[in-house]
Structure formats: structure tokens, C-alpha cells
Ligand binder design. Sequence first.
Ligand code: ADP
Length: 449
Amino acid sequence: MINKILIANRGEIACRVIRTAKRLGLSTVAVYSQVDANAQHVQMADEAVLLGPAQATLSYLKADVILDIARNLNVDAIHPGYGFLSENADFSQACKDNDIVFIGPGPDAIRAMGSKSAAKTIMEKANVPLVPGYHGDNQDPDFLHEQAKKMGYPVLLKAAAGGGGKGMRQVWEDADFYAALEAAKREAQAGFGDQHMLIEKYLTQPRHVEIQVFCDNQGNGVYLFERDCSVQRRHQKIIEEAPAPNMPTDIRHKMGEAALKAAKAIGYSGAGTVEFLLDSDGRFYFMEMNTRLQVEHPVTEMVTGEDLVEWQIHVANDMPLPKSQDELSLNGHALEARIYAEDPDNDFLPQTGLLSYLQPPQGDGIRVDTGVEQGDEVSIYYDPMIAKLIVHGKDRQQALAKLVSALHSYHIVGVNTNIEYLLRVAQSEAFVLANLTTDFVERHSEALE
Ligand code: ADP
């Protein structure tokens, strides 16, 4: 049984994992970089060990150092959070080799989903519907050009190794193909050290709907319904919600079943998210599977009443899933807004500085997941997310009203934030009417300025 967990992460997700571990009576070990010596996650954990300098490559990405610490402190399991080592198959393997439980899927499942093109090949075999396109090995530019012409413009060039919206280029006209391919490859090389590209038909105005799945080591799997993450800027999510508004029950269940088929095709264990694009005719297409807990998992927790980190630990203990599909149900509506230190008036440039005053909202159905407190510094070294604001209401209208009032009473002094921008999004007519598609921000750019 797992008694002691090391959290190989920082910020809000490290704090969030520690909170559940404590509630379950487990002891916790934090790791930290020099700039994080006084961080919340360090204060919350029972023990804390310095990893190294601020740069992630010298601290939070140091797999061997983290494993040494885990061994020395007799840690039973490592929770990787999201980002950093969470989708690193070698790290999952190294944990196994050291008899430490990796709280996440095994190396093979991570590897299988690590490449968007390899993942699509597996899903095709498992009969999971795909966005039409080319995801093979032939990378000859003229061949790829022929493929694009065959599927018809617009197309989307995507880095197989991509993530975080990087290494993608839309191509609307044949004349732009080669320049876009070059640009996408350059970005992919710089970001992921891998130029491999796939091409997809670019769907205009789809919704991004993703399914939360959970599998245990006994072969059982369930889906904890869906999240709508259509509201994005440069393919990065801004506001997420559960359930997806206006989702027909039959499509919800079909998508859930397809997601489970995807998870079972790779012998999945633990928490995973299968991302789909959903068009206005109710057709949906597999995009990718994320083999970790997602940033936006709290909206699922709010509407199901389940603690997904508790489920992860449960499954990591080799126990069967805590609930069957029939025992899971949806209750009300939840929204999450990502509060960032960034300047919406200056191309959303990340901001750094001292959080000289910090007053998060409080109240019934309001949850703030954060890793900072007043007096902390937002540094240049990590993701500039300050907090996630999650609200729950009996329906979407009530949840949205709560989100707006909570955003109004979120006070942050010291760095510029996107709070005003989030308010404009949340109060825009299209958002209120749940008119959600992935081009939401582009479509309403004037109203959001
Ligand atoms: P990443 O791993 O970089 O986040 P994804 O493959 O998950 O990349 O895609 C990110 C976003 O890009 C999606 O949420 C969606 O908005 C958009 N997108 C991806 N593929 C397509 C497509 N074929 N057509 C239209 N939009 C797409």
C-alpha cells in the first residue's frame, strides 16, 4: 500500500495533490527549485528536498535526482502532476525499475500516445473515428503537398510531437502550403526537437470536447463525462466547463464509449483524457489522448463529486475502480477560468513580479486552486498561471453568474492579469448563449478588446 508520496511538481497542482494525500492520511514529500524554497507546496508537504537551480531542466525535470530522493526517503509512489515529467515514458519506466509506483499509466501507454501520428494509427485500428488526414511516415514535402491537395483546403499541419498549441499551421490556399510546412517544421524542431508532421483536414468551427476516462489494473474502465474546452486563444484553453452545453445524451455516451475504446486499445491505467473535435452535426473525431491529469480536471470533480487524485491513488494501489459507470452521474454545471499573470493589452505577454496584494474570492461553490499567496513572486521560470478559479452551480446560468461575480471579487495587485479579459469573455453574448466553437476568440476579437 502507498503510504508516502513524492510530488514531482510545483505550483497549484503540487498543492492540489498534497491536499488529497493529506486527507487520505498519507505522508508527502515536496521537491523544489531554489526560487521555490518558500513556495506553498514546500510549506504544505511533510518533507521537502531541494532539487537545484530555477531552470526546470536543472530541477523539476531532473528525473535521476528525483528518483534518488524518492529512494533515500523510502517513498512508495511518485505523482508527476501535469507538465514536467508527467508524460515522460522513460520516467514512468525508471520508477518501475526502482520499485516506486508511478501514479499514471505505464511507459508503453505513454509512448503510444506520445506521438500524435502513432496515436492516430493505433486509434484507426481500434475503430475510433479520426479527423481525416495523413499521419504516415512519408515526410517528403511534395508527397505531403499532394496529400493536402487530395483532402482539400483548409488543412492543418501538426507536429507529431507537438503540444500546447505549438508546431501547428493552418493552410487555406495551395500557394501557401510549402511556406507553412517550413514554418511548422521549424517551430516543431525548436520546440520538440522533432520535425515529423501530420496533416489534418482543418475543421471550421468545431467544438473541443474531451472525455475524462479512468481505468484500473483489472481491466475495468469508466468515463467521467465530458468537458467543453472550445474557448481557446492560440489553441490554448481559457475557460473550460462541464458538462458540455447542449450535449445530446446519446452523443455523450457515444463519445464516452469511443474514449474507453481508445484507452483500452493501449492497455491504459489511471486518469486519461481523450480529446475530440465535435462538429455541428454531432460527428466527432479523435485528436489525441493526454496520459495525465489535466489542468481542467476540477470541473469534472465539481459535477461528479469525485476526487480524481484520490481515484489515481486508489488505482495506483492496484484496487479496482471506486465506482462503476452506472454509479456515476452529473450534478449541476461547473466552469473553470485560468487566471494568468499576463498583459492582454500587450499581446498577452507573460508578466513577472511580486504579488503585493492577493485576495481570491470565497463562497459556496467557489474553488480556487493555487500555489501562491500574497508576497510570493511570479518568476520568469515557469508557467505564469496564478490560479484556477472553479465555480459550481445548479445549472450553467447559475454557474456563470457565480463565475462573473467571483472574477469581480478576485483582487490581485503587483502584476497585470487576464481577469478583465476573462470577464469580457464570460459576459459576452456568445458565451452566455453557449455558442462555443474553437474559433470563439477570433470570431469575437473586437468585442473582447
Ligand atoms: P496540442 O497538443 O498542441 O494542444 P491538439 O491536437 O490538442 O494540439 O489541438 C489543439 C487545438 O487545435 C484543438 O483544441 C483545436 O482547437 C485545434 N485543432 C486541432 N486539430 C484541428 C483540426 N483538424 N481542425 C480544426 N481545429 C483543430
